[in-house]
Design a protein around this ligand. Structure first.
Ligand SMILES: Cc1ncc(COP(=O)(O)O)c(C=O)c1O
Length: 288
């Protein structure tokens, strides 16, 4: 089979596979090549106009989405404005936070813009004051974006990391995951850190129940929600979670890693349970 045949067969397969989903979602069935071939191609509002390479069958797996044309345009304009007037670099992001925070059920002062989920998780875990002997309960399915800062806490500050082994398969119940965390926690546990959903199997951990268990025991909950943005109606105050790091460049096709968060909002949502110590380092209160 030639490379061309292989590619077109994969496209046909994609079209077929998409047919069921498209019918279910009552969306028009659109071959990916249509997006690639014509940057002016439209599918409702807002107009996607992707500039995808026509020779690439791109299936977004949530690592990084392709940024649509109109976003690239405004991103470019933003960069040009800074090039013209470098003082623009100091432009505030408050109006963007004000606009975005309510969509996550968060208040302005709870909502921080980071470069991506990894940056958000690093900021969160560097900001909470964990000391030698404190314990984090996490899972064996965490992404390096969360494992990195947890490893720093372990290696530099002597924080103990306990990992629950997540069961894999279709016969798990929400309560099974909660039991695993319950068994793993001790009197020294200060934080639950887990992804929802996890990147290895896509399982959505029962974050509300885990947060409830944490709250009952004076433990904070930190969630790597890299894949959660826009996937469901997140009402942050109802989750019981203390910190939630997310990204907008994956499924939502926001612009890639760049200097200005104005163009690429990656939300970190926090419950106002931190107060600033005299050193300026956020210190968790006993409980909120
Ligand atoms: C669960 C999870 N967390 C974090 C990340 C890193 O995301 P970002 O590129 O926003 O830092 C990924 C990347 O795919 C991921 O799957």
């Amino acid at each position: 089979m030639s490379d061309f045949e292989f590619r077109s067969n994969r496209r046909d397969l994609f079209k077929l596979a998409g047919a069921g989903a498209a019918a279910a979602a009552t969306l028009p069935l659109v071959p990916m090549s249509a997006f690639a071939a014509d940057p002016k191609f439209t599918l409702g509002e807002p107009k996607p106009g992707f500039i995808l390479d026509p020779d690439v069958l791109y299936m977004n797996i949530g690592t990084t989405g392709s940024t649509p044309n109109h976003v690239l345009k405004s991103f470019n304009q933003d960069n040009r404005e800074v090039a013209r007037n470098p003082l623009e670099t100091f432009g505030g992001v408050t109006p963007f936070r004000e606009a975005i925070a309510p969509g996550f059920g968060a208040e302005l002062e709870e909502f921080v813009i980071s470069y991506n989920t990894t940056d958000g998780m690093n900021k969160i875990l560097a900001g909470v004051e964990l000391r030698e002997g404190d314990e984090i309960v996490t899972t064996n399915h965490e992404h390096p974006g969360g494992n990195g800062p947890m490893n720093i806490l372990a290696q530099r500050y002597g924080v103990k990391i306990t990992r629950v082994a997540l069961p894999v398969g279709n016969d798990q119940k929400a309560g099974d995951y909660v039991d695993l965390f319950r068994k793993a926690m001790t009197k020294k546990t200060k934080a639950f850190v887990f992804s929802a959903p996890t990147y290895l199997t896509g399982v959505m951990l029962p974050y509300k129940r885990l947060a409830k268990l944490a709250q009952k025991n004076g433990i904070m909950t930190i969630v790597d929600g890299a894949h959660a943005t826009g996937m469901f109606d997140l009402d942050f105050h109802k989750t019981g979670i203390d910190f939630w790091g997310c990204s907008g460049h994956k499924w939502q096709c926001g612009p890639p890693h760049r200097r200005r968060a104005t163009s690429r909002p990656q939300p970190v949502i926090t419950k106002p349970r931190c107060r600033c110590s005299t050193s300026g380092r956020p210190t968790p209160t006993t409980r909120c």
